[in-house]
Design a protein around this ligand. Structure first.
Ligand code: ARG
Length: 466
């Protein structure tokens, strides 16, 4: 990028008598990062020029020259041949100056009835809307993977945990469907944020609107917005949509981080519940035996920077009086970084989850070891007329014996169990098995394999609805 143009080249240079300090020029410029908005800036300008021609502010000929010029500039940008200039500050002035270079007088008329303030607010909304659509698709792709594994592992037994202590047996499929619920809410949050974002600030101009007979509903329509924003001051200063999006992104990253934590635990030699395929892991340069779960670890780590961006954007906005302030230029890098890291994390998960290998014997063994059917024995005693508190006490004594003799409840003799309570009969072994335990939780939201399969079908249907 070149930095050494004369002062007169600045589109706003008319009232200035000395050129910008070279450091200040670089310090205040945003083109190094906001050039990413160029396709949306051009889209917004084409809509604006089209509307101006329709209301008679531009001629049809001028509009034609502007649209052709902007399309040529887009091609130039895509080909990497656009002469970006730091002295032209930002993407908006770079594109506009180039347009005037190419088409002359008509290019100078494009900025009639608008300002960079409503322009940038429009550009960021258009860009973020497209990113949200892509992110929603990526969440969906991950959900499809999660539901697929849930269905495959609908009968696989694992210990369910509370306090990370073995609690009750669950099916692996049931556990994964808990992940799917998180993702389903995440998808809803993105869609919800998109709704509020989808209004057009174009026409608010610098802050107070414009004296030209503009048609804001028309530009909103041309750009696929649901309609124009209501108040011009709010339109140029509002960044709620960016904050809402980053909040939704933070919740997704928090969820992915929790999933990562589980994958990392499960892949450890101590748990040994799953195998992560080699292509999602890396080795150690010094310890030859190592296979590290780098992908989930990195996703867990990236959650921190996304949360940071949320706090950064809230802090960016909290002290700003109406309307536009240059502070707002600082909204872009956190947003871009949030989108890039969220997208990368979702993509890594969507690729990795379907390839998880569940070690069913190990997870079953682990459920067996932790007396996970103790609650089932207590419930059995209650069904035989024993008050729950007494049943709890009886089972506690049986577990004590199990701990002392290294056996699960299902491995004890009937006589031994009857020693704890006369109410116990030969049918007790049906409830002490892991399969019996999960099958008995046979209601909506329960872990029984047939409930897991039904829940998978419902989850798939929701994905199909959009
Ligand atoms: N680069 C600026 C931004 O990102 C564009 C708007 C500049 N407006 C202004 N009045 N200086 O916010």
């Amino acid at each position: 990028m070149s930095t050494s143009e004369a002062k007169t080249e600045k589109p706003w240079g008319g009232r200035f008598t000395e050129s910008t300090d070279a450091f200040v020029e670089a310090f205040t410029a945003s083109v190094a990062f906001d050039r990413r908005l160029a396709p949306y800036d051009i889209q917004g300008s084409i809509a604006h020029a089209t509307m101006l021609a329709e209301v008679g502010v531009l001629t049809g000929e001028e509009r034609g020259a502007i649209v052709d010029g902007l399309n040529a500039i887009l091609a130039e940008i895509e080909a990497g041949q656009f002469p970006w200039s730091v002295s032209l500050e930002d993407v908006h002035m770079n594109v506009e100056a180039r347009l005037t270079d190419r088409i002359g007088l008509a290019g100078k008329k494009l900025h009639t009835g608008r300002s960079r303030n409503d322009q940038v607010a429009t550009d960021v909304r258009l860009w973020l809307r497209a990113e949200i659509d892509a992110l929603i698709n990526e969440v969906k792709r991950l959900q499809e993977g999660v539901i697929g594994v849930a269905e495959r592992e609908a009968e696989s037994i694992m210990p369910g945990f509370t306090h990370l202590q073995t609690a009750q047996p669950v099916t692996f499929g049931h556990h994964l469907l808990a992940w799917n619920e998180m993702l389903e809410r995440d998808r809803g949050r993105l869609a919800d944020c998109r709704k509020r974002l989808n209004r057009s600030p174009l026409g608010a101009a610098a802050l107070a609107g414009t004296t030209y007979p503009i048609d804001r509903a028309r530009t909103a329509q041309l750009l696929g917005f649901d309609g124009p924003t209501e108040n011009s001051l709010d339109s140029v200063s509002d960044r709620d949509f960016a904050i809402e999006f980053t909040a939704a992104a933070s919740v997704i990253m928090m969820h992915l981080s929790r999933m990562s934590e589980e994958l990392i635990l499960w892949a450890s030699a101590q748990f040994n519940f799953i195998d992560l395929p080699d292509r999602f892991c890396t080795g150690s340069s010094i310890m030859p035996q190592k296979k590290n779960p780098d992908v989930p670890e990195l996703v867990r780590g990236k959650s921190g920077r996304v949360f940071g961006h949320l706090i950064g954007l809230l802090t960016l906005m909290k002290g700003q009086p109406l309307a536009y302030n240059k502070d707002n230029q600082e909204d872009k890098e956190p947003l871009f970084d949030t989108v890039d890291n969220l997208f990368g994390s979702l993509r890594a998960f969507a690729d990795m989850v379907p390839a998880l290998i569940v070690k069913r014997e190990v997870t079953r063994e682990a459920a067996m070891r932790g007396f996970s059917t103790a609650t089932d024995l207590a419930d059995y005693l209650v069904r035989k007329g024993v008050p729950f508190r007494d049943a709890h006490e009886i089972v506690g004594s049986a577990v004590r014996l199990g701990v002392d003799t290294g056996r699960d409840l299902s491995e004890m003799k009937l006589d031994e169990l009857r020693g704890f309570s006369e109410a116990i009969g030969a049918d007790v072994f049906e409830v002490l098995t892991l399969e019996g335990s999960v099958a008995a939780r046979d209601h909506i939201g329960g872990t029984a394999p047939n409930q897991v399969r039904a829940a998978c079908a419902r989850a798939r249907a929701l994905l199909g609805e959009g």
